[in-house]
Design a protein around this ligand. Structure first.
Ligand code: CA
Ligand code: CA
Length: 402
């Protein structure tokens, strides 16, 4: 497979040859010069002659056309391009490429909403940029800005579509930094109008993850905030759950759920148990300022049972200091739920056992990167890994017995 070329440094010199091969298809063998044919015969693992993927600083996955197969989104400087998996011979094929107002930091594609939502901000390759949320046509890349904010730190925390009021149209939660240490959220209403209406929260120090969901199973929504750090320098962060109101001008961290240390990521996923109402909240616990030395990657779950909050420790990855990101997906073949977690050493599959802590299996070793993406494309699971020397799309093989 072509992606293995990047994992084998001794083959780096072949990249140019690889491109020439694509140009000579379909009579590929006849057009080969003798030394090149020799080189290729030495490398038997080559299955595909498709071009390598362009460089990236961030990668995302999204089912742009909602056909059950995810597309790959590649972000580099202010460019964002979309790629569809065709087959083993043709590989990933570009659908569109656009220039954005900043670097793409988050994307959101939902079957409930016609556009791909992209949040842009500052980053390597575009250090001065406002926060912009744009609506992008998933098939053509045609786009227009929906909302913009100019502050001291253009960084997105969270993007989420939700039903936040009485009207049937969806609203959009945008949580973001307003300055070096302070964050807030805005709920954008009337997304189809000329200018969306804003419903703002007050500012919270270092709220690095944010979502709104029904967590307790009772009427009304909850606003859930995770923080890597607390109110003061050196303090651990926390997890807190607040009753949701559209205009939360007085939001402050009060109801804190016990955590071991700071919270890196929070996710609300539908409960798989009939005994539990509302969504289950999964979160990545264990962050400390000296993360490389003292932090511990842990997965926990918060749920309501009989009206009380329960926190359960599910999995850990003892050699890793955090789970940067997690994805719960259902395998289309087995219909089993899968939980992928991106730690600082690789992509792990976390799976429950009948008793005791969940099993953690490393599916792919990676360099210490803060962004990756999981996808299901063309009947395979993939991990997309950003790289300046060419985006990597790695096919994952899952352990047989989950
Ligand atoms: Ca698709
Ligand atoms: Ca609504």
């Amino acid at each position: 497979m072509r992606f293995q070329l990047y994992k084998r440094p001794q083959l780096r010199g072949m990249r140019q040859s690889n491109i020439e091969l694509r140009a000579t298809q379909p009579n590929i063998m006849g057009a080969l010069s003798l030394p090149l044919a020799l080189l290729l015969s030495l490398y038997t693992a080559v299955e595909s002659f498709a071009d390598p993927l362009p460089p990236s600083r961030r990668v995302f996955s999204a089912d742009l056309d909602l056909d059950g197969s995810d597309e790959l989104l590649i972000a580099h400087n202010a460019q964002l391009s979309a790629w569809r998996w065709l087959n083993k011979d043709e590989g990933w094929t570009k659908l569109w490429k656009i220039d954005g107002p900043g670097v793409a930091q988050k994307v959101l594609r939902s079957p409930q909403y016609p556009s791909l939502l992209v949040a842009w901000g500052m980053g390597k390759g575009k250090m001065v940029a406002p926060i912009t949320v744009s609506k992008v046509d998933p098939l053509t890349g045609q786009n227009k800005a929906l909302w913009e904010f100019k502050g001291g730190r253009s960084q997105i925390v969270s993007l989420q579509l939700l039903q936040a009021d009485e009207d049937p149209d969806l609203e959009l939660l945008v949580a973001h930094f307003v300055s070096k240490y302070h964050t807030r959220r805005v709920i954008l209403d009337k997304l189809e109008g000329a200018k969306p209406e804003e419903h703002l929260s007050s500012q919270i120090r270092m709220a690095t993850s944010w979502l709104i969901a029904d967590i307790d199973g009772k009427p009304g929504l909850e606003e859930v905030i995770g923080r890597v750090y607390g109110e003061e320098r050196g303090e651990y962060g926390d997890l807190s759950v607040h009753p949701f109101t559209l205009d939360a001008a007085k939001l402050s961290i009060t109801e804190v759920i016990p955590t071991a240390r700071g919270v890196k990521g929070i996710y609300a996923w539908p409960s798989l148990s009939a005994k539990e109402s509302g969504s289950q909240l999964f979160f990545s616990d264990g962050w400390v300022a000296a993360y490389g030395k003292r932090a511990k990657a842990g997965l926990k779950r918060l749920f309501w049972r009989d009206g009380r909050i329960n926190v359960e420790s599910l999995a850990s990855s003892p050699k890793e200091f955090t789970f940067f990101d997690m994805w719960r997906r259902v395998d289309p073949v087995t219909s089993l739920p899968l939980l992928f977690a991106q730690g600082n050493q690789g992509i792990n599959l976390l799976s429950p056992r009948l008793r005791g802590p969940w099993r953690s299996v490393q599916l792919l070793k990676t360099p210490p990167i803060v962004n990756a993406a999981i996808a299901y494309s063309g009947s395979s699971w993939w991990a997309f890994i950003p790289s300046e020397s060419g985006t990597q799309a790695n096919r994952l093989s899952l352990p047989p017995a989950l």
